[in-house]
Design a binder for this molecule. Sequence first.
Ligand code: SAH
Ligand code: F3S
Length: 454
Amino acid sequence: MTKKLFIKTHGCQMNEYDSSRMADLLGDSHGYTLTDNADEADVLLLNTCSIREKAQDKVFHQLGRWKKLKAKNPHLKIGVGGCVASQEGQAISDRAPYVDMIFGPQTLHRLPQMLDASTGQIANAAGNRIAMVDVTFPEIEKFDHLPAPKSDGVSAFVSVMEGCSKYCTFCVVPYTRGEEVSRPFDDVITEVVQLSEQGVREINFLGQNVNAYRGPRHDGGEADLAELITLAARIDGIDRIRFTTSHPVEFTDSLVDAYLDIPELVSHLHLPVQSGSDAILSAMKRGHTAAEYAEKMERIRVNRPDISFSSDFIIGFPGETEADFEATMNLIQTIGFDHSFSFVYSPRPGTPAATLEDTTPEATKKQRLAILQDRIIQQAAQISRRMVGSTQTILVSERSKRNPAELQGRTENNRPTFFEHDDDELIGKFVQVRITEAFANSLRGEVINTDLAY
Ligand code: SAH
Ligand code: F3S
């Protein structure tokens, strides 16, 4: 009987990517297949997030539920990975002694060995197992020990760098994922070629600070993200390229120019700004002003007039005044953001901002967040309405589950788009669709051109 693996993933796309690699690893080494039912699993893995307090709180709630499963099945193995594991290490096992394996984002490739070691393990005097703990940062070793990527969809993530060296004062990432390390240029390109051979048409280059990518070349020297995009765009079959998440300071001229030179690079950019107030940006140690950010966005828009922008915002950073918040709202209007990931500031232990005095009432912060989110929803709705009547290129990904008469895919600015069509052959191909209706989170249209269906 095949053994079953259940993975629960919290947090960012980096974690999503890591989880899929854990599944590949245990599939290749131990023959595990994924299940979406925790009750029937032999191994349960929790890939955790510590970016905000709420995310962190979810860990022990989840483990509490899994403890009950383990009471029914003593052979069940429980592993905790990701950023909470990286930060807490052994402390997780002290609080939840039924956890068998604790590993960080940079040691997940050692999971098969950890699993073997924990299988042979004998309970200690207290009747508890001793957890295997490995939350070190062995540089880029991880990627050398992961199996070749597998994909069954039209788009795939390719992780190009790990960690972050920016140390924004609110952020826990440099401590949990370590400093920036870039994967060798050739390794990344090889991975993109392998994915294209499996039918992948869209690549999303991934990193916590992805435009700080400086990948060593086999002939010496380094390649930056713009070069990576340029070369990936030349690979047969790769016709759409995204990257996430980038930092405004690392947004070089060559990357701005890529929007002019490389049609495969999508007309959508997610560039976190966090705040529109210079005082707050400085206290966050972001390294730029609001005007510098806006100026960069403007240059990109000159190169790519139809581009849409999205961003991350933190509301209620210590010391944020009504005027600071107004400055953020002004920036939102100036840029015309289409989407945001926005949250109330959450103090993270060990980060510099956690010691700052914070006198803004929680209710005020929540109110500001609601105003901000409301504005962005309105702007997004306006952009969607403006798309009605336009022709959009859609990468067709699957048949709609809601309405089997329809196929679905995404526009360049990432809107799910539905259209009636009976030919499954279009899946994995690009078509042109004239948009006829706009909804809150999606679009509907009719195919006007399948000649693009290359
Ligand atoms: N590398 C990215 C961000 C990674 S973290 C960058 O350049 O900004 C993802 C997002 O989580 C951040 O952009 C920020 O908006 C949010 N975030 C990080 N730390 C936070 C905290 N302490 N409280 C609230 N939100 C936070
Ligand atoms: Fe965090 Fe700032 Fe890096 S938000 S991930 S420290 S760029």
